[in-house]
Design a protein around this ligand. Sequence first.
Ligand SMILES: Cc1cc2nc3c(=O)[nH]c(=O)nc-3n(C[C@H](O)[C@H](O)[C@H](O)COP(=O)(O)O)c2cc1C
Length: 276
Amino acid sequence: MDNMLDFGVNRDKCIRCNACIKDCPVHIIEYRDNYPDILTHMQEQCIGCQHCLAICPTGAVSIFGLRAEDSLPLEATPAVAPEALSRFVRGRRTTRQYRSEDVPRPLIDKLLADTAHAPTGGNTCDLTFTVVDTRLALSRILKELIDGLEKSVAEKPELPEFICKAIAAYRQSNVDEIFRGAPHLLIASAGERAYCGDADVVIALSYFELLAQSHKLGTTWCDFLKFILDARPELGKLFGIATDRPYRAILFGLPAIQYARTVQRDNKARCRTINS
Ligand SMILES: Cc1cc2nc3c(=O)[nH]c(=O)nc-3n(C[C@H](O)[C@H](O)[C@H](O)COP(=O)(O)O)c2cc1C
């Protein structure tokens, strides 16, 4: 029970600047014997955000056995220039034409490790990433999905028109309107502890999308799959996901196309201002 969080302060490095105390979102760090320490009777309130480790200017704080020297150092100025980020965000596009090669697994793993840094409500970090990491596997799943949809029609209500059209396109012309010919699918699912799960899964995939595009991969959000699983939740077993918890899907792979310029929609979203 004592020091359950494995919180430690290197007294040779600590300059007693208060930074870890002031930044703790649940206020469970206080001075004890002149150095910051966890209030043990409140340690269960820790949300595991590691801000104490991240903010310490001298790297004196460790928590959960994690050492400051194993974190990436950050510069005072943002690592990405605002103009470069603006152009990158404006240049993000949905890809619907993919090359056939698989993305190397180490790159997928790197993207997922970076995506794990996306924020989650209350820092629950209760997300599972389900990745289909070969084109072969995704084409098999697509076939099983179409088979399952067709079989389901016998005993269930009719499927929405756009799903029927996608089935017909697959059967008649071998056109994949569901997975858009992408080689990979990523599903982010929220667990029982995620009380902001709806937002968590969308934020995670938004980060993934930008990270993937920074590596010149193409991405396609795939709510088509969600509409299918809303109509036929039992087909969630093809992906091993629980369809009664929040989840979202995105396709990705090497793009077969390259966009030459941004689109123009600066004023597409309405902007309202509230003054005083
Ligand atoms: C939540 C969400 C779900 C989407 N689902 C699909 C989908 O199932 N299939 C598809 O081709 N595109 C899908 N899209 C892509 C949108 O159609 C696309 O973002 C939009 O047409 C604008 O194009 P852009 O992303 O290149 O700006 C989805 C996008 C979002 C944000």
